[in-house]
Design a protein around this ligand. Structure first.
Ligand code: PLP
Length: 411
């Protein structure tokens, strides 16, 4: 990496206590404090250790398939008739999404900490699969908590995890989806903290997770920045990414934060529209609160009860957003919008047909925003969008909407 293309982004946040401004922090039971402090200090050491960084980058290259291409979507650009659209191809990574960047980083850290047992939560199953994958690779016992409804919706990923030797534990509490799976994982960690590392799957949870997960995904933006400068000899005008917990988005955005000319848009799940219980767009009608260890924007009623969420994509269907996004929104540095289920499905169809790339339904929310905005921009402007994952896991669901005459796929 040459000095010229190195990111100028200041990485001074979070502060010592894990705060991004008023957001973030560490809201956990006393029993987890020691483990989080140990994790923070070991992470700081690993970050500064060239041997750790070398093993990480070798494994990212040879096991995961980095660097990923920055691909010019020529036909889509022509169709929309405005800004040039580039896709950062995280969908080409091993296991099919950006999630493995973080799972790999964290298992190397677990190894350093002498842990032998790995736990994780998963929603759509992509993080569970990434975790089961690295656990198999490093010979560690792996238990993945997953809501029983998600297990039904994402049976294929359940089978993938089991094939790699992971134990998938169904969670029957509450809405039987991601939030409940996180609760179970936290409960397990409290009980087994001696030998267990919790690989949390997004830029969420108590400090140091939002920082650490961000750092492991920064490679997305660092590569994209270098690649766009090499291809176009200038910085992009706009970055776009979908935001569940916010890990692929912060990974792309962070290395550009110091570039004032680069605008950034995070796209949340608008579900059936912004009506209570029908969406997961925390910046639209959400409020400030604490959920699962961190202070951030979330969807709750006036008593602080977490509201039901809905999205066509299981990976965006979470009631809280990562605290650094809450901070970047409050600073006005990043803007946040939403795409509805229908807009995401339309974008899913477009990319499949016009570029020969079937995107994940999560990713399709980012693509839906590009569909809206590209034609309003001029032809010499550039959009870089995070293609966070591929759509193999979503074909059955997408077919139900897009190919209604097709015999239903069994997954
Ligand atoms: C999990 C997932 C997301 C959402 O998670 P973030 O932490 O917001 O990135 C987005 N896209 C894909 C493909 C995913 O698997």
């Amino acid at each position: 990496m040459s000095a010229v293309t190195d990111s100028p982004t200041p990485t001074t946040l979070p502060d010592e206590s894990g705060h991004f401004g008023t957001f973030g922090g560490r809201f956990v039971p006393e029993t987890l404090m020691a483990a989080l402090k140990e994790l923070t200090s070991e992470y700081e050491k690993a970050k500064a250790d060239p041997a750790f960084q070398e093993e990480l980058s070798n494994m990212l290259a040879d096991f995961c398939g980095r660097e990923t291409p920055l691909y010019f979507a020529e036909r889509w650009t022509e169709q929309l008739g405005g800004a040039k659209i580039f896709l950062k191809r995280e969908d080409l990574l091993h296991t099919g999404a950006h999630k493995i960047n973080n799972a790999l980083g964290q298992i190397l850290l677990a190894k350093r900490l002498g842990k032998t047992r790995i736990i994780a939560e998963t929603g759509a199953g992509q993080h569970g699969v990434a975790t089961a994958t690295v656990a198999a690779r490093f010979g560690m016992k792996c238990i993945v908590y997953m809501g029983s409804i998600d297990m039904e919706r994402q049976h294929l990923n359940v089978v993938r995890m089991r094939l790699m030797g992971a134990e998938v534990r169904g969670v029957e509490a509450g809405q039987k989806t991601l939030k409940e799976a996180v609760n179970e994982a936290l409960r397990d960690w409290v009980t087994n903290v001696e030998d267990t590392h919790y690989i949390l799957g997004s830029a969420l949870g108590p400090h140091p997770y939002p920082m650490m997960v961000r750092d492991f995904h920064r490679v997305i933006g660092t590569e994209a920045r270098r690649q766009i400068l090499a291809k176009e000899d200038k910085l992009p005008d706009l970055l776009v990414a979908c935001v569940g917990g916010g890990s692929n988005a912060i990974g792309l955005f962070h290395p550009f934060l110091g570039d004032d000319s680069v605008k950034m848009m995070g796209v949340e799940a608008g579900g059936h529209g912004i009506v209570k219980g029908d969406h997961a767009a925390r910046f639209q009608g959400g409020k400030l609160g604490v959920l699962q260890g961190t202070k951030t924007w979330l969807l709750a009623d006036d008593d602080g009860q977490i509201e039901l969420t809905h999205s066509v994509s299981a990976g965006l269907d979470y009631a809280a957003v990562g605290p650094e996004h809450a901070f970047l929104q409050s600073e006005g540095r990043v803007e946040y919008t939403y795409a509805t289920d229908d807009e995401a499905l339309a974008a899913f169809k477009t990319l499949s047909e016009i570029e020969g790339i079937i995107p994940a339904l999560e990713t399709s929310h980012a693509l839906a925003y590009v569909n809206k905005v590209a034609s309003t921009m001029s032809k010499d402007q550039i959009i870089v969008v995070s293609l966070s994952g591929r759509g193999d896991k979503d074909v059955a669901q997408a077919a139900r909407y897009l190919l209604p005459d097709e015999k239903p796929l069994e997954v």
